[in-house]
Design a protein around this ligand. Sequence first.
Ligand code: HXC
Length: 519
Amino acid sequence: MTIEDNIQKLLDKREEAYSAGGEKRIESQRAKGKYTARERIHLLLDEGSFEEYDMFATHHSNEFGLDKQQFLTDGVITGHGTIDGRIVYVFSQDFTILGGSLSESYAKKICKIMDQALKVGAPVIGINDSGGARIQEGVKSLAGYAEIFQRNIMASGVIPQLSAILGPCAGGAVYSPALTDFILMNKENAYMFVTGPKVAKTVTGEDITTEELGGADVHGKKSGVAHFISEDEEEGFLILRKLLSFLPQNNMEDPITTDCEDPIDRKEDLLNEIIPDTNTKPYNVKDVIYAIIDYSEFLEVQRNYAANIVCGFAKFNGMPVGIVANQPNFLAGVLDINASRKAARFVRFCDGFNIPIITLVDVPGFLPGSAQEYGGIIIHGAKLLYAYGEATVPKITITLRKSYGGAHDVMGSKQLRGDINYAWPSAEIAVMGPEGAVEILEGKNLKSIENPEEKEKYILEKEAAYRDKFANPFEAASYGFIDDVIEPRNTRFRIIRALKVLATKKDVNPPKKHSNIPL
Ligand code: HXC
C-alpha cells in the first residue's frame, strides 16, 4: 500500500465513523428534534476545539447477531475540548448506534477520558442518550457501568461532573448521571428511569407513560433529580457553559474572578422597602438576590423543586458565589424535607469546590406535622445543619426577617462557623414567633381569664412584650451572634467587602476517613 492509500484508508475510516448508525437512524433522531451526538459536542464546546479519542473503537462481541452490527465509535463519542478557553472532557452517547447502549468497549472509552480528566484536573460533561446496558453483552456491559460508577465516585468532589440528559435514559444511563454534580434535562425527548414503563407494567401492573414516569416535568418538579430544565438542546448547552463559568476546574483551584463593571457600592433603595409591614406578608426573595448580585445574573438550581428555598450561582464584583435563600413567597419559606435536601446538597457542592456561600435568611422554622415527621424531617433537616457546619468556605449570612427556632441555627448561623453574620433592622431572631410563644408560655394564665375581651387584650400585650424583646436583631447582636445590623440598601457593598476580607480565610475539619452525614 502506498502512503496515499494509507491516508485514503484513514479518511474512509473517518467517514465511516462520522456516518454513525446510518442515515435512516440519524433522520429518525432529527424527526424528533434531536441533534446527533457529534453535533451536540460542537454546540457545547468552543468552536474547533474538540479532539476526539477512540473514533475507531468497536465492540468485540458476536452474540445475538452483534457480529453483524459493527459501527465505528461503538455508540459514544469521547474526547476533550474547551469552554471559554478552559479544558473540559466530554462524552456524547449516540442513540443511532444500538440505541446508545453501553458495551464493554464503549465503557472503556468513557473510563479513559474520566481517568485523564482526573489526572489533568478538568471537568467532565456527559451527554446522555442511551438505552442503558447493551443487553446482548450481558455481564460485560454491567461491569462496564460499574467501572464508570466507580470513576464517578472517585472524581466526586475532585472535578466537576455535569450530565445532560437529551434522550431516553434507563438503567445505568441514569445511575451514572445521578452520581454527578448536576443534571440538566431537556424539556422534550428526555426521560430518566431506572426501569422503563414496560417493565413497570410487568412487575407492578402500573400503567404509566414514559413522560409521566420520567419526563423533565417529573424530575424538575417532583423528584428533584434534574437541576436544570432546558427549552431546547441549544439552551441546554448554554446553561452548561454558564454553569461552568462559576466553577473552578477542580477542588484544588478557586473559581475564576472575572472583570466586573457593575459598581460595587451600588445602593438599592428598593431593599429598604422590600420587607412588608406585617411579618406574615410574603415577598419575593429573588428580588433581593437580583438587586444585590452582579448584573442581576442568577443561575438558579432546581428552580421548580422545593421552591421554598432558592439555591443558585451568581457573582459579586466578578467573584462566583453560591446563594441559599429562604423564599417567603412559597410556603412562607419554611424548611421541609425537600428544601433541606436541596440546600444541603448545594451547600456541600459549593464547599467542595471552594465557592463561598451567601445565605439570605427569612425562615419561620421547620414545617410541623406527621407527614414531615414520618418522612424523616429529623434526618433530612440534619443534612442541611451538617452541610453548613462542615463547610469551610467563606460563609456570609444576612438575616432579612424571620429566623426562628432550629431553622435559625441551621441557616448559616454564627455557631455553625458563619464568618460574617449581618442582619437587616427588620430581622427577628427568636425561638419562635410571638403568637406561638405566648400560647405556650401563657397557657395557664390564659385559662384563668374568662372574659374574651380581656383575654384578647392580655394576649396582645404579651405578644408585644415578646416582640419587643426578640423581634429585632439587637438582642442577637448584643451577644455578638450578629456582627452588624446593616441598612438593606447597602447589602451589595457589605457582601463584596466581606468576600474580599474572607478571600484568604482558612478553616479545617479534624482528620477523618470521611464524615458520616445523616443520609
Ligand atoms: C441493546 C438497545 C437497548 C439496549 C435500545 N436498544 N436499548 N439495544 N441494548 N439496552 C436498541 C433497540 O433494539 C433499537 O434497535 C434501538 O436501540 C432503538 O430502540 P427503540 O426501542 O426502537 O427506541 P425507543 O422506542 O425510542 O425506546 C428507547 C428506550 C427503549 C426507552 C430506551 O429502547 C428501552 O426501553 N430500552 C431498554 C432499556 C433498559 O431496560 N435497559 C437496560 C437497563 S439495565 P434497532 O436496531 O431497532 O434500531 C442497566 C443496568 C446497569 O442499564 C446497571 C445499573 C445499576
